[in-house]
Write a protein that binds this ligand. Structure first.
Ligand code: 6PG
Length: 253
């Protein structure tokens, strides 16, 4: 029997509240994971949207220790860490460099000669860290995702072959020079996470959010995120949520 989907959509009137909610959720999820197994694993996305959240998380006084937290990436652009478009570069600057963290808790997608080599190595890093046997997948405690205006998430783009990957943990994605080639976690990994949270902001995301939330059968990459056991949250600011049917959302002040 198919399990009922555990999905929650929250539209926040004020960004402050959205960040506050997400920091609280993070604390709750990480606290539970650390209590249960001694560590917490999170995969983060890049792009513009999460920058302020990362800064606030770093400055949050709620955390007394980051020792049990292991940071991974949901995807990476194939550029050096010093390049302004590097996801890890941004996450390092806005979050990791601002907190006290053992260096072995940071697991970036390394940039080697080709996206394929980086993809292969990241898969090996994940297999090693999660101690995976053949055919096994990791179970992240939390994956934080964004969404592109055309429905991509992590670096899974509409129509790309990476979307149909069923065995591998990571995939290489080839885009144009401006958008950069990418390395991404695959859907089987994303959908095995215990919690997946989409953070979406801005009016330019309102159309796609309407489509993703009101036409769940669409085959957009973001619509294919359906955690098999975990919980799915969509946290939207009021601009991104402006076209949603009121009764489908829980409006927060
Ligand atoms: C990336 C991301 C990507 C991002 C969306 C939204 O590397 O681009 O990880 O999936 O979440 O593109 O990006 P914005 O927040 O910049 O709109």
């Amino acid at each position: 029997m198919k399990r009922p989907e555990i999905k929650e959509v929250l539209v926040f009137q004020k960004r402050e509240k959205l960040y506050g909610f997400l920091i609280k959720k993070w604390k709750e999820i990480s606290g539970k994971a650390i209590k249960e197994k001694g560590f917490f694993t999170v995969a983060l996305s890049g792009g513009e949207t999460p920058v302020e959240f990362y800064q606030r998380l770093a400055d949050s006084k709620n955390f007394f220790s980051w020792d049990g937290t292991h940071f991974f990436l949901a995807d990476e652009r194939f550029v050096s860490f010093e390049h302004p478009d590097s996801n890890y570069g941004m996450i390092r600057k806005d979050l990791l460099a601002r907190i006290l963290l053992p260096p072995q808790n940071v697991h970036p997608i390394q940039i080697y000669q080709t996206p394929e080599i980086s993809t292969e190595k990241y898969e090996e890093d994940l297999r090693m860290f999660f101690n995976l046997g053949k055919g096994e997948f990791p179970e992240f405690d939390l994956i934080l995702l964004g969404i592109g205006a055309e429905g991509h998430t992590a670096s899974l783009f509409p129509g790309d072959s990476a979307l149909s990957e069923t065995h591998r943990l990571t995939a290489a994605v080839h885009l144009n020079e401006e958008r950069h080639d990418r390395v991404t976690l695959t859907l089987p990994v994303i959908n095995r996470a215990r919690q997946v949270i989409f953070l979406v902001s801005g009016e330019e995301k309102s159309e796609i959010m309407k489509e993703v939330l009101e036409k769940p059968e669409s085959n957009l990459p973001a619509s294919m995120v359906k955690p098999v056991k975990g919980k799915l949250f969509f946290l939207l600011d009021k601009e991104a949520g402006s076209l949603l049917l009121q009764d489908k959302t829980a409006l927060k002040k």
